[in-house]
Ligand binder design. Structure first.
Ligand code: ADP
Length: 160
């Protein structure tokens, strides 16, 4: 069975992430979406449990998708899952530099590590969780960007 990991912050999950999941399960039999507990130096908007729950609810129509979380190095998470292939989304050239660095760094930590990049629909190439949160914070319409459940959670979070 071909399995891949799809790691990220997913703070929160957007239609862009879901587009990548849908493409990934056309290529892999099983996709493990893994939510990073650590979001660098930033404080995440949602707890890891909230982020996992939102993805579980939004991806429930795909039986190929399971959701978990990880702390520490991605290569260690991949090894623990017995998976060597990681999916990442590429939105624009701006993603490339970071992804290139991450792929080669991870490969130097684990020579078996492989990254596969998928491009979303052109409708989502500009979409990021950060942008959606900013729109929600300022009271704008986020319904084109996130599923209704996530929209509700963002509204609750930013209710003043
Ligand atoms: P990060 O791991 O950089 O914190 P995210 O949680 O935002 O990133 O995203 C996880 C993965 O999903 C990354 O590979 C990112 O490029 C990809 N991604 C995020 N938003 C989109 C989008 N709108 N279209 C395609 N891929 C996306």
């Amino acid at each position: 069975m071909r399995t891949a990991l799809y790691p990220g912050s997913f703070d929160p999950v957007t239609y862009g992430h879901m587009d990548i999941m849908e493409r990934a399960i056309k290529v892999f039999d099983r996709l493990i979406v893994t939510v990073a507990r650590d979001v660098g130096s930033k404080e995440p908007t949602f707890t890891v449990e909230e982020r996992v729950e939102m993805i579980e609810a939004c991806a429930k129509q795909w039986e190929e998708v399971t959701v978990g979380s990880f702390a520490g190095l991605l290569v260690d998470c991949a090894r623990a899952c017995g998976v060597h292939t990681v999916i990442r989304g590429l939105r624009a050239v701006t993603d490339f530099e970071y992804e290139f660095q991450m792929a080669l760094t991870n490969r130097s930590l684990d020579p078996d590590f492989e990254c596969i990049y998928l491009m979303p629909s052109k409708d989502y190439t500009y979409l990021s969780s950060t942008m959606v949160k900013e729109i929600a914070r300022l009271g704008g319409d986020i319904s084109p960007f996130v599923p209704p459940l996530v929209e509700g959670k963002l509204r609750e979070k930013f209710r003043s």
